[in-house]
Design a protein around this ligand. Structure first.
Ligand SMILES: Nc1ncnc2c1ncn2[C@@H]1O[C@H](COP(=O)(O)OP(=O)(O)OP(=O)(O)O)[C@@H](O)[C@H]1O
Ligand SMILES: [Mg+2]
Length: 590
């Protein structure tokens, strides 16, 4: 239960923070398109309405306190009188009415903006999740086989949720920035002196955000790593549950999780303490800035009305400033989720390109031919086999034999297109097996691996998984051919019996017979059994193989087996050790 692999699974930030933010913004903008433009327009409208509303404070103040008026009051009174509003009360009522209308309009604009923003975020996250799942589904087997399942599960659940948070932080930053810009413009109109002082101080505050964000990103990355380790440990423990409990490793598992949880909590605690120190410091600095501004304005003889309005604007600005600061820190804290998503996409590599006309009928049933096929795993020193050359006719039942490690499963993986030959080619009838015909070809084959895969559902769902057959009579017939009908009939739930996680409710041989029945239901052109009957007793296996032959007369059947009895049931046997490269024979231990 080591954690070394877990460290590698959550990548260290390889790119700079700025590059990650730029990539996230780029993706988000690309996906948002016109709706994002509409949201930004609404943000601007909200900012302008807020600005105009705040600007109305000047006439309201000057009408309430005529002695503080100055040129603002004179302009106001003159404008209102020209539309027939002469008494102070009617003038105040008119200005207040406009103010209320603006506030109402602003509320409508902001609500629409928020709905759009939430739609955008959810849409983007859905899109990225689907993109990732599609990439996973289309990835090359060689790339996929190397990935840890826990890493994929973690990214599809926790990291995707953090990505949603990153997007809403991004939009909050955008909204806060737009608000601040409109408020700064208003401030410039009210009093350039106060505005310039405020902008200078704000820029100083923004410069402080850089180290804060860097720290948030570091904490975000290491929290993700600890959270991932917990998920990884749990997946590992559950994957080998039986042996872990039998070896009394449950306590070690709990201790490991407790240790990782402790690390995670310490990280989050440190971050919370740091953030509360930042909040205290910002509040103190903000009050000092306000005091300095009042003092400065009085020294510079700024009119009282202007000063009051400027102070209201300043107070209003504190909201977006706080939101800008907190959202930026939070964004950098959750940004590693996006980095993890990008790293996984990179590790998945280029997808297998499927032919658009790869339909069921486009692959013609024909003999299978390996023509001088050599195969070497990308990181292996020597090929598994060289010059593998054989033909299997339509409807033949052929055995594939060879000591462990000679490449039998590799041959199967080449046949199912999970791997590609390093040299030579594989023919299906007259067509070369290439990525373009893979989808069509895979629909025509059935593959039963040694470790039969059952899903945690009913026997019925397990049988119909991957085939179009639904009728009970067909299911029972396939079960009978696989030698499993009596066994299922004796179960209390019959076809509705649940098999539990990976079929733990069944014995090894029972699992294999259900997997065989499922393969029969696909009515394939090629049936591959990779040690798929080795847990069944010899007599039942012989009967099952005879049944297979009768049930699927036109199907080519390839049986990988070690057992002599199994190989004897085949029309002929291909011995794989003949194709091992000479250097492997010579370096093999005596
Ligand atoms: N992903 C991989 N990367 C590198 N080498 C691999 C990989 N998978 C298998 N091999 C190696 O390729 C060789 C052939 O493996 P393969 O699984 O095809 O053997 P096999 O004949 O099916 O063995 P067994 O009878 O034990 O199932 C082995 O030496 C194995 O270690
Ligand atoms: Mg094998």
């Amino acid at each position: 239960m080591g954690t070394a692999a877990g460290d590698a699974a959550v990548p260290e930030p390889r790119t700079s923070l700025i590059a990650d933010v730029r990539a996230l913004v780029g993706d988000f903008v690309c996906h948002g398109g016109r709706r994002l433009a509409a949201a930004v327009a609404l943000m601007l409208a909200g900012g302008v309405l807020e600005g105009v509303g705040l600007a109305l404070l000047v006439p309201i103040f000057s009408l309430l306190a005529p002695q503080t008026g100055g040129r603002w009051r004179a302009m106001m009174v003159e404008a209102l009188a020209s539309v027939g509003l002469v008494s102070q009360l009617t003038q105040l009522a008119a200005v207040l009415l406009v103010f209320c209308l603006l506030v109402g309009l602003r509320a409508v604009v902001l609500a629409t903006r928020d709905r759009l923003v939430s739609d955008l975020t959810l849409g983007f996250v859905d899109h990225r999740r689907l993109m990732l799942v599609t990439d996973l589904a289309r990835a090359r087997w060689s790339a996929l086989a190397r990935l840890r399942h826990a890493r994929i599960g973690h990214i599809l659940s926790s990291e995707i949720a953090r990505l949603a948070l990153a997007c809403s932080m991004l939009l909050t930053i955008m909204m806060a920035a737009i608000m601040l810009v409109t408020q700064a413009i208003l401030m410039l109109l009210l009093s350039p002196v106060i505005a310039l002082l405020t902008i200078g101080l704000a820029l100083l505050g923004l410069a402080l955000l850089v180290p804060l964000s860097r720290r948030a990103a570091t904490v975000g990355t290491s929290s993700a790593r600890f959270a991932f380790r917990i998920a990884g440990e749990a997946a590992q423990f559950l994957g080998g549950l039986k042996i872990a409990i039998a070896h009394d490793m449950a306590d070690a598992f709990v201790a490991q999780i407790a240790q990782e949880s402790g690390h995670l909590r310490a990280q989050l605690d440190a971050q919370r303490r740091f953030q509360s120190r930042v909040s205290i410091a910002s509040a103190s600095v903000a009050s000092l800035v306000g005091a300095a501004l009042i003092f400065g304005a009085v020294m510079l003889d700024v009119p009282t009305v202007t000063l009051l309005a400027a102070l209201v604007v300043l107070v209003r600005m504190s909201g977006p400033v706080r939101s800008l600061q907190q959202s930026t820190q939070q964004l950098f804290g959750v940004l590693p989720a996006f980095t993890a998503l990008r790293a996984l996409k990179a590790d998945l590599g280029d997808p297998v390109t499927a032919s658009p006309d790869a339909t069921m009928g486009s692959v013609r049933h024909g003999p299978l031919r390996f023509e001088q096929v050599t195969f070497r795993y990308p990181d292996a020193l020597a090929p598994v086999f060289t010059g593998l050359d054989f033909t299997i006719g339509v409807g033949e039942m052929v055995g594939l034999s060879g000591p462990s490690g000679t490449g039998k499963t590799s041959v199967v993986d080449l046949l199912t297109g999970l791997l590609e030959p390093t040299a030579g080619r594989i023919m299906i009838g007259d067509a070369v097996l290439d990525p373009a015909m893979l989808a069509g070809w895979r629909r025509r084959l059935a593959y039963v691996p040694q470790d039969s895969y059952l899903i945690n559902d009913s026997l019925r769902r397990n049988l119909t998984w991957g085939s179009a057959v639904r009728a009970d009579a067909d299911l029972w017939q396939a079960l009978a051919q696989a030698g499993a009908a009596d066994m299922v009939a004796a179960m209390p739930g019959g076809l509705e019996t649940r098999v539990d996680e990976r079929g733990t409710r069944l014995s090894g041989g029972e699992r294999q017979r259900i997997a065989l029945a499922r393969a029969i239901l696909r009515d394939p052109d090629l049936l591959i059994l990779d040690e798929a009957t080795n847990a069944i007793d010899v007599a039942t296996e012989r009967a099952v193989i005879a049944n297979l032959r009768r049930a699927l007369p036109r199907t080519t059947i390839l049986i990988v087996a070690h057992r002599e009895e199994t190989l004897r049931a085949c029309d002929r046997v291909i011995a794989l050790e003949t194709f091992r490269p000479a250097e492997i024979h010579s370096t093999a231990p005596d």
